[in-house]
Design a protein around this ligand. Sequence first.
Ligand SMILES: CC(=O)N[C@H](C=O)[C@@H](O)[C@H](O)[C@H](O)COP(=O)(O)O
Length: 228
Amino acid sequence: MLSKTEILEALRGRLIVSVQAYPGEPMRDPNTMGQIAASAVAGGAAAVRVQGLGDIQASRSAVEVPVIGLWKDGKDGVVITPTFQHAYAVALAGSHIVALDGTRRERPDGLSLAETIGRLHEQTNALVMADCGSLDDARAAVEAGADIIGTTLAGYTDERPKTDGPDLDLISEIRDAALPAMLVAEGRIHSPAQAAAARDAGAEAVVVGTAITHPTTITSWFAEAVEG
Ligand SMILES: CC(=O)N[C@H](C=O)[C@@H](O)[C@H](O)[C@H](O)COP(=O)(O)O
């Protein structure tokens, strides 16, 4: 079993690939997601990020690298691993790292982020990645005990505009705050150049999802370019 330090070291300076299919999509099948996760690892991904208990289990079997698990439930507000029960189930499904909503918004089970992370650390061996939308979220999430800060929710809460590519300003703001947690850039990183820019802005690891693993969206980019 990898120690928490070994897991963090495995991610440092590396690419993480998010492998997700959305409700009703043709690829939404744990076996398919596991195969895509394995393909990403073959291409150099140091870890994978997957949604749903079935996909977490399938990915644990398909790859040797750390698995970041989450459970999306609901449509608006706090939907990424919204309650402690979701987070606990995500850990029990085999996630090395549990990704959860790390914003300062009220959580559906009424627990604070600190209570949620505290219970998770007490009851499981999983690390916690807090998906944040602003510098204030990041500060609060570190205070609450998060091991990893993700910029996942930048542009998806009302705190920051949705930038075209990654929110590089937020990444450098969090870097400059020198918080004691690993800083991971995530969200709208659509090209290798943007991934490198996220590293230059201070991200210690970079998550790419859509641009690698969501063929419907990638196809639409090309179709638009061809058809004008
Ligand atoms: C905001 C939200 O719900 N983000 C989700 C978090 O897991 C996923 O839908 C994204 O695909 C993931 O963050 C990776 O980002 P991108 O696909 O832009 O590379």
